[in-house]
Design a protein around this ligand. Sequence first.
Ligand code: TSB
Ligand code: ZN
Length: 639
Amino acid sequence: MIDITFKDGNVKQFEPGVTPEDVAGAIAPGLKKKTVAAFVDDDLYDLNRPIYSDATIDLITKDNEKAFEVLNHSTAHLMAQAVKRLYPDAQFGVGPAIKDGFYYDIATKHTIKNEDLGKIENMMKRIVKEQASMTREEISKEAALKRFKDDPYKQELINDLEDGETISIYSQGEFTDLCRGGHLGNTRHIKHFKLLSVAGAYWRGDSDREMLQRIYGTSWFTKEDLEAHLAVLEERKERDHRKLGKELKIFMLDQKAGQGLPIWLPNGYTVRRTLEDYVYKLERRHGYKHVSTPVLGTKSLYETSGHFEHYQDDMFPLMKSKEETFVLRPMSCPHHMIVYNSELRSYRDLPLRYAEIVTQHRFEASGGLSGLERVRAMTLTDSHIFARKDQIKEEVLNAYNLINQAISDLGLEIDYVELALRDDAKGKFHDDDQLWDEAEATLKQLLDEEGIEYVSAKGEAAFYGPKVDIQVRTAMDHVITMSTVQLDFLLPERFDLTYIGQDGEKHRPVVIHRGLISTWERLMSILLEQYKGAFPTWLAPVQMKVIPVSLDAHQAYAEELHETLMDLEFRSELDNRNEKLGYKIREAQRSKIPYQLVVGDEEVQSNTVTYRKYGHQEQVTVSKADFIDMIKQEIKDKA
Ligand code: TSB
Ligand code: ZN
């Protein structure tokens, strides 16, 4: 007999070869039903994996997060088996459980289309009915290489394992896969799943290797959970800025123009200019001075700053002419250092806040590009604040507060604040420990003193210093950085920045890098998702649409109304096309225009405006003057 010790310290005796399923059953039949796998001496064990010697056990039940992972991992195997039955040439890359489900990377001559997913699902259901047990076998590396001799992907994975390591493989019916394990023991436990999409994925994430086909899916313990999750996905899809951006004609991406190089369409560009205007005014009110600097710089400028040494992977390849080598800039900091150095500075001049709406380029990995959220050409609401050390606290807080004001003006929701620190990754960060420790300690102390809650993130700092990043959550449930305040002691050294202190001596200022509301690209993705495409009136590309009921009777009045609104610099449009009224109204509705103004007999006779607000049913009739006042106020309040 062997001793099995439970988490609470209880010990029970079993025959050697007992499985987690048996152990759960010996305690209570209800527990057996709920148990999915177990940690046995901290190793993840399948439900049906035998235990041969004394061990501690921690049963994993369905309510545990780990259980969801086990279920989804098992479902990935089930899917692979189904794919192999349908497309016998299929070979498999990796197939892990992920946050809300699983995927598997597949190599097959057959191009898997969305229509095929239903077929694969049906085959999976058939295999579930076969109740195949998922059994584990441990073999040597040599045996594993032999076993998978026809599969180059598995060969590569096996070769990467340490010599002498035992390798586990899992079989269910005719299907065998290389796998660490943590499975449900039998395909019959897999009941409520759905295949979601298929996409291309490079083998081992390497764009120089072949492209495999990746099928995503999700698997749940109950029908209700699956349905609830599918509803969430549906809602996310509706909110996806890539879909909204297309429908509302905000931006486009075209392979011909280049990957990650977005084109702003008239509607998007109107919103962008409105935001630009807003940022310039806000910054001017808060003591920022605006400059404009070029997108190209010399290589030597970026060598001085350290970008060349630490940030080169994110930069486009160099451009060489006979005389000089150029960098397409990934950041504007070096230019702003030059602006600082253009005059002799005294302690009385500081702080100096230079701001610029900066176009810059980053050579982001093609796999990471996503709509407007992560692009290669972007325009940042940037600033570099030059301050004395005794001004750091006030200036960081000023920047932080201005960011919060802008975020609140835009009606956006922050997820959390992150303090991005360095780690010991070689080459990613500058190597002056003293400067790092001082900068990190300064930011930490400041956040603590101000009672600003934050999450620390090691390894996420900029190469020149730690950052306070303001994070938002996207429709796809990714966390991305919107705003940032960064404390930099390095660039002042690199560019030999000085000011003359009260003592008549030279001193070093510090630099605070500040991104106000991200880049226009990323901000637009966030706005589209958080508003679901329905911009508030002050930002809307078209603020109101004037629609005459009949062209004969009402066009003149409609035109006059439209002209009046245009004169007030409202973004009004007149729909005087020869189309049915219902069609025009539906189209204005689909374009999510804040105000629809339908002009008929009554409006013409009484010189009034009847409006319907986006998202509301009722129509309201008011005098022209009242309507104008209402819109003016709404724009002013950024309501
Ligand atoms: C704030 N030098 C600083 C600047 O002075 C800087 O560039 N910091 S940054 O690298 O963190 O970038 C600033 C902001 O740009 C980020 O917070 C993020 O909101 C946005 N951003 C970064 N990379 C991309 C990208 N590939 N696509 C869209 N926006 C991006
Ligand atoms: Zn900067």
